[in-house]
Design a protein around this ligand. Structure first.
Ligand code: NAI
Ligand code: OAA
Length: 265
């Protein structure tokens, strides 16, 4: 039985923990949970039968085979090296990879211990295909996300601006590196796509669309041999409209691929 530890007790961690048993019973078990707010950690741990941990050291002391991260870009930056020194890490806050110093440090920690940092598909799919582009080289990537104004509210990039509830507007247009600095809870998917594909050219547009029921991420990627267009429309979490529920499911699917007798790559 593979032991799984969870960092975060928010919207995505809750979906992950609540769907875990049905998806992975008999192969994986959640042994511990740790988050910034111990009361929330305790509540989710009580639901799942896992240990509620106060610190990362307590979580790692449970000897998990995989730690899964649902805690945000800064938390991933803060914890990745310590986790990778001990075990494997599956992360959704891919935005951390836009920081070259973080990427180098995480890679060094993983190489040093033989463990792996695995970036989950999150609210998109197809990181395997995008990896194919990285090997082929010369990719050009265009990424577009449509989100409801309330799911972008409070992002540093808005600098206090309130997005219209009546008309569509461009919340951001520019480089993916700048996009994740300005919208760290909204465009992790774009950083994952860029990092997986090693695209030589990339840009993103983030649109605020009033009344939008499904967050939509579309990407177009091409090189001299292959042209792909992928589009994903997913329900935001009712408690955290910033995050698509499917992002939590993608981590269940990742663990399925890592532990099932037949895997689909
Ligand atoms: N790749 C993807 O498709 C997606 C990635 N994300 C990433 O997942 C993160 C989590 O999403 P949600 O669960 O919706 O957010 P949330 O705000 O509902 O929950 C975040 C949880 O992380 C915990 N946390 C924050 N900083 C921490 C720290 N330093 N140490 C321990 N725990 C910490 C909080 O206590 C909370 O329990 C987002 O911030 C974003 O970075 C979110 C949606 C999609
Ligand atoms: O959940 C989503 O649709 C995507 C998201 O927030 C992110 O990539 O940061």
């Amino acid at each position: 039985m593979e032991k799984i530890a969870v960092i975060g007790a928010g919207a995505l961690a809750r979906v992950f923990c609540r769907r875990f048993a049905a998806a992975l019973a008999g192969r994986c078990e959640i042994t511990g949970i740790m988050s910034r707010t111990f009361e929330k950690t305790e509540a989710l741990a009580a639901e799942t039968g896992a240990a509620a941990c106060r610190t990362l050291d307590d979580l790692l002391a449970l000897n998990p085979g995989y730690v899964v991260e649902f805690a945000g870009v800064q938390a991933l930056k803060d914890y990745a090296s310590a986790v990778l020194a001990r075990t494997n890490l599956i992360a959704v806050s891919a935005g951390a990879l836009a920081d070259p110093a973080f990427r180098a440090k995480a890679e060094e920690a993983a190489r040093g211990s033989g463990h792996r940092l695995i970036i989950a598909n999150g609210a998109i799919g197809g990181l395997d295909l995008l990896r194919t582009y990285a090997l082929m080289g010369g990719a050009k990537l265009e990424f577009e996300s449509l989100k409801a104004p309330k799911s972008l509210a409070g992002a540093p990039g808005l600098k206090g601006r309130t997005l219209s509830e009546e008309r569509e507007e461009v919340a951001f247009s520019g480089s993916i590196d700048e996009a994740i600095r300005e919208f760290p809870k909204n465009v992790n998917v774009a950083v994952a796509a860029r990092a997986a594909s090693a695209a030589e050219q990339s840009r993103m547009t983030l649109r605020s669309v009033p009344g939008l029921k499904e967050t939509t991420h579309s990407l177009r990627i091409e090189n001299q041999l292959l042209h792909a267009e992928l589009s994903f429309s997913s329900r935001p979490d009712p408690e955290n409209p910033r995050s698509s529920v499917s992002a939590a499911w993608s981590v269940l699917a990742c663990l399925d691929a890592l532990t099932a007798p037949i895997a689909f790559f």
